[in-house]
Design a protein around this ligand. Sequence first.
Ligand SMILES: [Zn+2]
Ligand SMILES: [Zn+2]
Length: 272
Amino acid sequence: MKLLICGSAAAEGVPGLFCTCPLCLKALSEGGKDVRSRTAYQLGDTIRIDCGPDMFYHMVKYRLRLDLLEDLVITHNHRDHFYPEDIDNRKRGMSKVPAESLLRITGSRTVIEDCKKFMEPEQNKVVFRIVEPGDKVMLSNGVELTVFKADHSAPDAQFFAFRNEKFSLLIANDTGWFPDESWDLIKKENFKFDAVVADCCFQHIDKGSGHMGGETFLRVFEELRKSGSLADGAVLVANHFSHNPGMSHEDMCKFFNPHGIEVGFDGMEIEL
Ligand SMILES: [Zn+2]
Ligand SMILES: [Zn+2]
């Protein structure tokens, strides 16, 4: 199965809307890997993680068939990860959705309550599933989802592991240093991640809780290594970048690559 990093920016995107910082102006004029849409992922054809305001752009850029989605997993209700108004386009008169199509939306109680304000299960052909940290539930294609508590400013923010008999993947955003109960769960479940993609909003800078960057980010990978939670040859990726620290993709590669960490970008694919 393939993981596609659909987007790799924090809330404002890079170039940031209305921003005139040197990085944003460089991204706007030169393009390439410094252009970053809001963070979201697609796992195979049927599972999407987060649906921020760039879902239309992702569909067109990567030629994604969103009608094939069976699972939408939402980390938290911040606007860069969750734009439920777009899911309402599944209703009759807005889209011709195949009769048998059903989209299962999995998220915290807060996320699902917010979904209910914008869509109606029968009209939008969706079903809701509330999950809490510690839960293990099945997604399509035999993928098991494990739910972790995140350290983030949104209510009930969660991050997730995905695994089947072939791979084990951790996607940890948005979060700062993992809460103790999440570390305990990683160890208790004996995860051996083949790939880890984690929040690095602050790039090389350590700015405290809620997101990671710099030393905190590197410490998370050190802890995963020490606790035996990484498979041999695991792919380690930093993602979800703010433009504010000012580092280009190339600058970040110089900072992170010596630590065995790759820098995420829009369109990056990880074969699992
Ligand atoms: Zn975010
Ligand atoms: Zn957030």
